[in-house]
Design a protein around this ligand. Structure first.
Ligand SMILES: [Zn+2]
Length: 276
């Protein structure tokens, strides 16, 4: 699953490949991947979204934004929201790649929205509504937004793991980044957010920035987007994610993995003590 670092990598690629240049041609290889909204139906001929899509041709790429895991691409007076879903990514190739769903020709190259498992989407919106639609239902961006404010305001009995995974609270974190954050902050996934002290909240904010910075750095300079969760050939540089049964790098205790908020969650039982 993509998290903020993968989405940011795609944003930078798209910016580098397109800004200042016109979109010369369009390709819709899988009509269901072009949608009218998140979790909404396909943008069929005759709908407003389809009309916006057709208007792209000949217009110039202006800007590529990101909020959480979503990418927002402004082309002339049209906006496109690129939702990577579970397996989406952008590639540049002169021939259609195997799982290409949507394509744009820019500068004699084709840029493809590749999406093997089809949980992603490209959503045309009016250009002036791009920022608002991109941010809909999302909390502050975990990398560029006011995370400290969100963490300071966390109240109640919601468990920390579930709170951090909730995109309405903070946008962009997924299972890997949340596990790494909690380890760095020495906080157990079952802590309730209301129980966190001032120092613990600060440690959480620092932990979020620490893990994102590491992952962003790791993707830097790659030619193709790589899902950090799926890399098998490169050394796993996470501290807890994927390391159950191994020694904690901070204290030597054996790391554990249990299900929390529906996903395999990794932590150190000594550094991250069980609450209560
Ligand atoms: Zn430890």
């Amino acid at each position: 699953m993509p998290e903020l670092p993968e989405a940011e990598f795609c944003r930078e690629q798209l910016e580098r490949w397109t800004v200042g240049r016109p979109v010369q041609a369009l390709a819709v290889l899988a009509p269901k991947s072009l949608q009218t909204g998140l979790r909404k139906g396909p943008a069929l001929a005759g709908t407003e979204a389809w009309a916006l899509w057709e208007r792209l041709k000949g217009q110039t790429s202006v800007q590529v934004l990101r909020r959480g895991k979503r990418i927002g691409w402004r082309v002339g007076d049209v906006g496109l929201i690129v939702h990577l879903g579970m397996t989406g990514r952008l590639t540049r190739s002169d021939v259609a790649v195997p799982h290409a769903r949507i394509g744009w020709q820019v500068d004699d190259h084709w840029i493809w929205f590749e999406d093997p498992r089809r949980f992603g989407a490209v959503i045309p919106v009016p250009g002036e509504a791009l920022l608002q639609r991109l941010s809909e239902g999302l909390g502050p961006d975990a990398w560029t937004g006011d995370v400290a404010d969100a963490v300071r305001g966390a109240k109640g009995r919601t468990k920390l793991k579930a709170w951090l995974m909730d995109q309405k609270r903070i946008a962009g974190l997924g299972n890997i980044q949340v596990c790494e954050t909690m380890w760095k902050a020495c906080l157990h996934p079952d802590r309730t957010v209301g129980s966190l002290g001032e120092d613990e909240r600060q440690a959480l904010v620092d932990g979020i920035h620490w893990t994102l910075a590491r992952s962003l750095r790791e993707l830097e300079g790659l030619d193709e987007m790589l899902y950090l969760s799926s890399r098998e050939s490169t050394p796993a540089d996470f501290h807890v994610y994927g390391h159950a049964g191994e020694a904690c790098r901070r204290c030597g205790e054996t790391l554990v993995r249990e299900n929390r908020a529906g996903r395999g969650t990794f932590w150190c039982p000594a550094c991250q003590p069980t609450p209560g």
